[in-house]
Each structure stands twice: as C-alpha cells, then as structure tokens.
Design a protein around this ligand. Structure first.
Ligand SMILES: [Zn+2]
Length: 284
C-alpha cells in the first residue's frame, strides 16, 4: 500500500507543480507524507460539504482543482471556514492536494475533459505551452464537431452533457448559426477572447462570462458565438479524468487504490428563475 508521499509524486508527474501559473497555489495543503493511502476522492472545490463527504467515505486523500488558500493566510483557526476545513481534514486523517492551473495546462487536462464531455474532437491547445515540443499542452482546446449543429442545438447539447446546475447554459449569437469549430476553456475563460478570435472558431464554450467582455467580443467579431456554463460544471468533468489517470498509475504500481469522484454540486448559485414577460411580471 502506498504512503501519501508516493501518491503525491504520482500526482506531481501527472500535473507538475512548476507548470502552474506564478500566482497559483498548487500541491499539498495538509497531510502526513508517511500516512498510508487507500482511498482518494476528487472534487472541484475544497469546501466543507466536500470535505465532510471525503470523511464520510473514508478517504485518506482529497484532490481538488481549486486551491484552499490562494493568497496565503496567518490563521487556520476553526472559527474561519477555511480553518474549519483544515481542522476537519487533519482530525480525520484526510490529506488535501491541489492541481489547478498545472491541471489546466496538462495533456490531458481540464479542457480535454470538458471537450470529451461534449463529444468534441480536440485538434490542439487554444494557447499552446511554448515548453511543449509536441504542441499538445496549454490553456483551452480547439475542437471540431463531427457534423455542424445550429447554435441553439449546440447550446442544448452542452446543457445536456454537463452536470445540472441552477444557471444552466446560455448562449450569445443567432440560434441558427451553424457551429462546426469550437474553442473550450474550463473555468473562467474571458481572458482568452483575443486567442479565440484569432483562432477563427464558430463558438467558444467557457464560464463566468460577463456583460462587457461578451458585448465587446460580439461587436468585435460578430460571427463568434459564446456559450456560458457554470464554472463548476465546466471543470467537474476533469475529476473523472483525473481519477482514471490515478487508477492507471495504481494498477501499474499494484497499489490497489480506490478512487471516488464527488458528485456534490458546489456551484454557489442554487436558484434560477427565467425572466417574466411584462404582462406576467412587471407592473406595466
Ligand atoms: Zn476553476
């Protein structure tokens, strides 16, 4: 049976820490390197509900995509919600490890999992990593559909393939616009609009799109359709990919690890009501 340091070296091989963005905080957060690991749980967010689930299933290691502490801290007191997470983890012998932008850039990475969930064929990274001679690593992915779909149907497909959230999926662009080429970026992808425009794709699937960037992107490149899903939903498919990658290592090494993907929806938005027409809702 492996100890935590063995499993962490395997995770570091899958998602080398030095490939994370400079501002990021990846790698181990807590855990005893000599503790034995049998069960590993994967989730997007290191929030209390996820940590409680890890304890309930008897996980020895929780791997999350988002960091617990991105900007450092001076306290892990349990009267802060992050401190309570740390206390729950340590008291129950659960280690926490983060793979964030290093998993975004990996091959396969977060956007490969998103493309896979949407049945898209990946043709390459949206922003290639210059240190990868094979040209496969990087941020976002460029993809193709086997047959073109009108934007309205493509939006419905994205909504059907991603896990259910209150937000659902919305799109900007004419519903009958044919979509054959797509850029995808799991998580907040509005910083990559210039690259998406330069790639000349029909649509861009990402999360957290705001009014001004979308309005300006539509005005700049009126032919680019935008598809916006919940941040958590675009990254959650990575958990199954990551678990399968660790399963492969475990089989090769004879570790006998049990991996588990959390299905807990940690998207913070929980209610969505469509706007009412003036005759139904507004005074007049
Ligand atoms: Zn994210």
């Amino acid at each position: 049976m492996p100890v935590l340091s063995d499993v962490i070296s395997a995770l570091d091989t899958l998602w080398p820490r030095e490939r994370a963005e400079e501002w990021d905080a990846v790698g181990p957060v807590c855990g005893d390197p000599d503790a034995e690991v049998r069960r590993v749980m994967f989730a997007v967010d290191p929030v209390q509900g996820v940590v409680d689930e890890a304890v309930a299933i008897g996980a020895d290691l929780l791997v999350t995509h988002h960091p617990l502490y991105l900007r450092g801290t001076t306290t892990v007191s349990a009267d802060t919600f992050k401190g309570r997470v740390v206390h729950t983890l340590i008291r129950n012998g659960v280690a926490l490890h983060v793979a964030h932008t290093n998993a975004d850039r990996a091959d396969p990475g977060v956007s490969d999992a998103l493309a896979g969930a949407l049945d898209l064929r990946v043709t390459g990274p949206l922003v290639p990593d210059p240190t990868d001679p094979q040209g496969r690593r990087g941020l976002g992915r460029l993809c193709e559909l086997d047959r073109p779909l009108p934007l309205g149907e493509f939006t419905a497909l994205v909504a059907a393939r991603l896990p259910v959230t209150a937000q659902g999926v919305r799109s900007a662009g004419p519903p009958d616009k044919p979509i054959r080429t797509v850029a995808v970026c799991g998580g907040s992808g509005d910083g990559l609009f210039d690259r998406v425009r330069a790639a000349g794709v029909d649509a861009y699937v990402t999360a957290d799109l705001r009014h001004h960037p979308v309005s300006e992107a539509r005005e700049h490149a009126g032919d680019l359709a935008l598809v916006d899903a919940a941040h958590w939903a675009t990254e959650w498919p990575w958990c199954a990919l990551a678990a399968a990658q660790l399963d492969t290592v475990s089989e090769r090494e004879g570790w006998g690890l049990r991996t588990h993907v959390s299905h807990r929806v940690t998207d913070p938005w929980i209610t969505h009501h469509p706007s009412l027409s003036s005759s139904e809702g507004a005074p007049n």
